[in-house]
Design a protein around this ligand. Structure first.
Ligand code: NOJ
Length: 689
């Protein structure tokens, strides 16, 4: 029996909805394979029940890219949802919508997929669970649904059995899970057989040149997924547990996040896949006019290199006088935001252990919030607030409302938060009191905490930049005030990283791995690469100066910092690029790239027709030729090229750069001569139509 009907209202452009309902008897359902294929027909998902257990596989151009892999949910109370399952119904549908991002790396995103929902029943109690599969041209997603039902109300998930059985031992770029420094590690590149348990996104390359990235979308009230290597190319979902071992605590109706596999023939196509965003819910905020991508400077790098302190004393950075100078600098050079870290009490002593004593409303005696916010407003600048919690979530939650109100009263509409603390050191709070339990940074307890902060911030008109965050799973689509986050090693590792900082190839891996999950507040723009005043004489930034500029384009973030001290920018000709480069884009095109070697990205400014190009190399120099066939054929452009000088080298001569100007037309070729550890940053200004 087949029925065809429209389920959703038409939204924009071409929206085709086709529903095919097929009622299966339990017996017939158990033996059959049901499928759904991507709109372009290249990728197919198959589902079947075998001996009561659910499995799926993914076929790409007639080959199993993901072989038959287990699905299912093990519950604390029987019957579980992993075996003795019967397929009772399947529902097919299609969706095609183009939606607009209020801000982003691209304005319009097409969400086009075919969907298969399988409805399952378990055991004598007849517990219900659905699995929803979506096949897109750029990959697949699936998730578990726990419908409202009599036989499943409050429940605890002990294990999610989802597997990803790879068809060979692929090359993988990964960072290990359950480590001291959360997500802040260098990537390893090995065969999958050499990994243990890793964070996602996990990006892989097959021997026949397919690129895959496994991640998750819409992590809302669930544990985050890590991937455990079970041998024989079998990766299993490993949910980060609560302190007592439960994985997820929920009440039906409930849904899991989407398990996602992005698939591309070329690594650069992973970057322009918007599958993760497409699997998140649409924007929940009515008014987004106050949400504004921006660049900022701040009292920040000075603390990391030892010039200033967060705590009180002679070197205190966030003094009224110092912040006033930063506001003046921001106003003069057109930066809308000034981040102020270390303004509040609680930093004195070992601040990493001060999670319980930070105040988010009381300022250091030498910091006058009222005066500074009034001063900033007069100058057309806004202070960016800062809440370092040192992972003291209870202390923070107790003050969250008052702290948000305080900032709102002072016109502060961006806050950077922080959760410094090692691995499993979150002290859980119940009824306002600390318990003995310690939670992981990326278990359900923290997922809930981070979401509570996003929702509270939205109510107070506050945009967020979260450091030591939960990994991004695309929730900025639903909560567009969730702007950017850290969640990987940022620039600060160059200030004090015990291993000598981020090596030159690190930023050529990020766009294909961490950055697939969402925006990254990397804090580029260090010009004083050797920062002689450092308290670690061997620390430095391992790039050329031109590469620091290129990172503004290569690493996407709606909030980008000009991270260096203002005195290192004054009268520096290359500072002009940082002043010019936007943080909100109409379009993004990845022109070339190989994971860990090089990458070149072109992005078009949302507020003009200008284009910006960033190109970076690993420790090797290289010459790249790019064709500017994405420009408007009707326009002429002036290129402002900030390039490594011929003698530049990240190790021996990182400051050597040159600025060249050139007339450019649609279709012209540019040769980029990147130094070892170098880069190029280009602004293409529309001169005439
Ligand atoms: C770690 C953050 O990544 C960094 O940006 C911040 O300055 C410190 N925590 C202090 O909050």
């Amino acid at each position: 029996m087949q029925k065809i009907r429209h389920l959703y209202p038409r939204i924009t452009g071409l929206t085709i909805i086709l529903i095919i309902l097929s009622n299966c008897t339990p017996d017939s359902g158990n033996s059959q394979t049901v499928t759904v294929q991507a709109p372009d027909g290249l990728t197919k998902i198959e589902f079947r029940i075998q001996e009561g257990k659910p499995y799926y596989r993914v076929i790409r151009t007639r080959k199993a890219l993901i072989d038959w892999s287990r699905l299912g949910i093990r519950l604390k109370s029987e019957p579980s949802l992993d075996s003795h399952l019967m397929l009772t119904n399947t529902v097919h549908s299609s969706f095609d919508e183009t939606w607009e991002q209020p801000w982003g790396e691209v304005r319009e995103i097409r969400n086009h997929y075919n969907q298969l929902k399988v409805e399952l029943t378990s055991g004598a109690q007849g517990r219900l669970m659905n699995i929803v599969f979506r096949a897109f041209n750029d990959g697949i997603g699936f998730r578990y649904e726990f419908p409202e039902q009599e036989n499943l109300q409050d429940f605890v998930i002990l294990d999610e059995l989802t597997e990803f059985v790879l068809n060979a031992d692929h090359q993988a770029w990964w960072i290990g899970a359950y480590q001291h420094n959360r997500y802040e590690y260098l990537y390893s590149q090995t065969a999958v057989s050499e990994i243990d348990t890793v964070h996602t996104p996990l990006t892989m390359q097959t021997a026949d040149g397919i690129y895959l990235s496994i991640h998750e979308a819409a992590l809302t009230d669930y544990a985050s997924m890590t991937l455990e290597n079970r041998g024989d190319n079998r990766l299993k979902c490993d949910l980060v547990p609560w302190a007592e071992g439960d994985k997820v605590r929920a009440a039906a109706p409930h849904v899991s996040p989407w398990r996602t596999i992005q698939i591309a023939e070329n690594p650069v196509d992973l970057i322009t896949s918007y599958l993760i965003l497409n699997l998140n819910e649409p924007n929940r905020l009515d008014d987004v006019s106050w949400i504004t991508p921006a660049k900022y400077i701040g009292i920040w790098w000075g603390m990391h290199i030892g010039t200033y302190t967060w705590g009180s004393g002679d070197k205190h950075g966030a003094t009224t006088a110092n912040v006033q100078c930063y506001i003046d600098f921001a106003a003069k050079h057109g930066f809308p935001g000034v981040l102020v870290e270390g303004w509040n009490t609680g930093w004195d002593g070992d601040w990493v252990a001060n999670g319980d004593i930070f105040s988010f409303t009381e300022a250091h005696l030498d910091f006058d919030l009222s005066r500074l916010s009034t001063y900033a407003a007069r100058k057309g600048v806004k202070i960016i607030g800062h809440h370092e919690t040192s992972a003291g979530t209870g202390n923070y939650e107790a003050q969250l409302e008052d702290a948000s109100k305080l900032y709102q009263q002072h016109g502060i509409n961006t806050v950077k938060t922080g959760y410094v603390g090692h691995g499993q050191n979150i002290i859980r709070y119940e009824n306002g009191k600390p318990t003995e339990r310690q939670e992981w940074h990326h278990g359900q307890y923290m997922v809930r905490h981070y979401r509570k902060v996003v929702e509270t911030a939205a109510r107070h008109g506050i945009m967020l930049d979260v450091h030591e965050p939960i990994k991004d799973t695309g929730i900025r689509r639903t909560w567009p005030n969730m702007m950017t986050r850290e969640g990987a090693r940022g620039q600060e590792f160059n200030a004090w990283g015990p291993d000598g900082g981020n090596p030159p190839d690190y930023t050529t891996i990020l766009p294909f791995t961490r950055c697939l999950s969402g925006p990254f507040d990397f804090t580029p723009g260090i010009f004083d690469l050797f920062f002689e005043q450092a308290n670690r004489p061997d620390s430095r930034v391992n790039t050329t100066l031109a590469k620091q500029l290129a990172l503004y384009v290569v690493i996407y973030s709606p909030l980008h910092m000009a991270a260096d001290l203002p005195e290192n920018y004054r009268d520096h000709p290359a500072f002009q690029f940082i002043k010019d480069v936007p943080t909100d884009w109409e379009e993004t095109i990845v022109l070339n790239g190989e994971i860990g070697d090089f990458i070149t990205i072109a992005r078009q400014d949302r507020n003009s027709g200008d284009w910006y190009i960033g190109s970076i190399s690993d420790e090797n120099g290289r010459v790249l030729e790019i064709t500017l066939d994405f420009l408007d054929p009707k326009c002429k452009y002036r290129a402002e090229i900030y390039a490594d000088a011929p003698e530049a080298d990240w190790k021996t001569n990182p400051y050597a750069y040159e600025i060249k100007r050139k007339k450019i037309n649609y279709g012209d070729c540019l040769i980029l001569d990147l130094a070892p550890g170098g880069g190029a940053a280009i602004r293409l200004v529309e001169e005439s139509g």
